[in-house]
Write a protein that binds this ligand. Structure first.
Ligand SMILES: NC(=O)c1ccc[n+]([C@@H]2O[C@H](COP(=O)([O-])OP(=O)(O)OC[C@H]3O[C@@H](n4cnc5c(N)ncnc54)[C@H](O)[C@@H]3O)[C@@H](O)[C@H]2O)c1
Length: 344
């Protein structure tokens, strides 16, 4: 049988390192938040496919996991892809390297071929932080906080505070709590070095709630460790990025928002534990897309908790935004012979 169509040029694959990715994000975080906003709205409009993530776990290493997040995102993005992200919490202590490592592959929706492979721990932290500040802005109703409390002062918290600073938030002070006080102290030194004022490391988790109108939870807790609904009596906005810190009685004392209800109410998140307790999902007020479109509103007299599960479509939104910028500036390595011969 004769070869078919031997004169085609095979697609190339652009490889972007962490430095390439960061080079596109640094200084452009406000535009990145716009990409995340559009990603949420495209998803909510039904122009996306976001299957459940798969969690690969290890019998001999129960605290570690690798998660796959496949997705398709249409609209202005028109891209498919998958993030493959490992979480090994012992890494920082045992080896002095970060907990999370990841790659993101972007696929063409015309040919199916992957056209980009990029370092994705930065993409992942960036989309998480961008969604956090987007949620905060919509729940607070502006870009200012009297005082921000942070529980778990690691990498994601650092990305969130960088986003807050780069998107012009006005913040009067910070209260920092971490199980490892040296992490909170180092985090505080960085914040102060970046120009923050009234930065205090606190001894007790409750002190990161009291007198803080914006509270950011970024621990690696696997089970709820914050139980007192009284900590919410002053109606703060809580960004519950680590998903498993709050006991159901805390969740039930607040209005709850997420990114996608079907995704977030599983895998023993605090929302999932609350559903198991109450038997329904009536305690969830809506999604961030509902807030963006104005179809639900925050009650300013109640605490508001935003628990975004972290959707594959958001990795695609930020990954495609990075790829477009990198391609325009010819950043990264274009591997032209990755897929071999153009012969069937
Ligand atoms: N929702 C999302 O979309 C999303 C995306 C990415 C990461 N995350 C989550 O964000 C969390 C933080 O990730 P990271 O990369 O910053 O981790 P990290 O290891 O860099 O930092 C976690 C910090 O929390 C502290 N800590 C652990 N348990 C604590 C507790 N009970 N109370 C107070 N402090 C505690 C640790 O000492 C550490 O300083 C993880 O749970 C991760 O799964 C969520």
């Amino acid at each position: 049988m004769a070869d078919l169509q031997t004169d085609f040029t095979m697609p190339s694959l652009r490889v972007l390192t962490g430095a390439d990715v960061l080079g596109q994000i640094r200084g452009n975080r406000a535009s990145c938040v716009d990409a995340v906003r559009n990603g949420y709205l495209t998803h909510a409009a039904g122009e996306a496919t976001n299957p459940h993530s798969a969690f690969l776990r290890f019998p001999h290493k129960p605290n570690s996991r690798i998660i796959s997040l496949p997705a398709y995102l249409g609209g202005e993005f028109e891209v498919a892809g998958i993030k493959w992200i490992a979480s090994f919490p012992d890494n920082p202590g045992d080896r002095g390297i970060p907990r999370a490592s990841a790659v993101l592959l972007l696929n063409s929706t015309e040919t199916g071929y992957p056209f980009a492979c990029m370092e994705a721990s930065i993409i992942s932290a960036t989309r998480t932080a961008a969604s956090a500040v987007l949620g905060a802005e919509n729940l607070v109703g502006g870009k200012s906080a009297h005082r921000v409390g942070i529980v778990g002062t690691g990498l994601i918290a650092r990305h969130v505070t960088t986003f807050l600073a780069e998107t012009d938030w006005r913040i009067g002070g910070f209260r920092l709590f971490d199980l490892d006080q040296s992490h909170a102290a180092e985090f505080g030194r960085r914040l102060t070095g970046d120009g923050a004022t009234d930065v205090v490391v606190v001894d007790e988790v409750g002190d990161a709630f009291r007198e803080c109108d914006l509270v950011i939870l970024t621990t690696v807790a696997g089970e709820p460790h914050i139980h007192d609904p009284g900590l919410l009596s002053h109606a703060p906005v809580v960004l519950h990025l680590s998903l498993r810190d709050l006991a159901p009685e805390m969740i039930l004392a607040a209005q709850n928002f997420t990114d996608d209800v079907d995704h977030a109410v599983r895998e023993r998140t605090s929302l999932h534990l609350t559903e198991q307790l109450t038997g329904d999902r009536a305690f969830i007020t809506g999604t961030i897309a509902d807030l963006l479109t104005g179809s639900v509103k925050r009650d300013p007299d109640r605490a508001a908790i935003f628990s975004p599960f972290g959707l594959g479509v958001l990795d695609l939104a930020v990954g495609k935004w990075v790829y477009d910028r990198a391609s325009a500036g010819d950043s990264g390595d274009d591997v032209t012979d990755f897929f071999g011969e153009a012969v069937r």
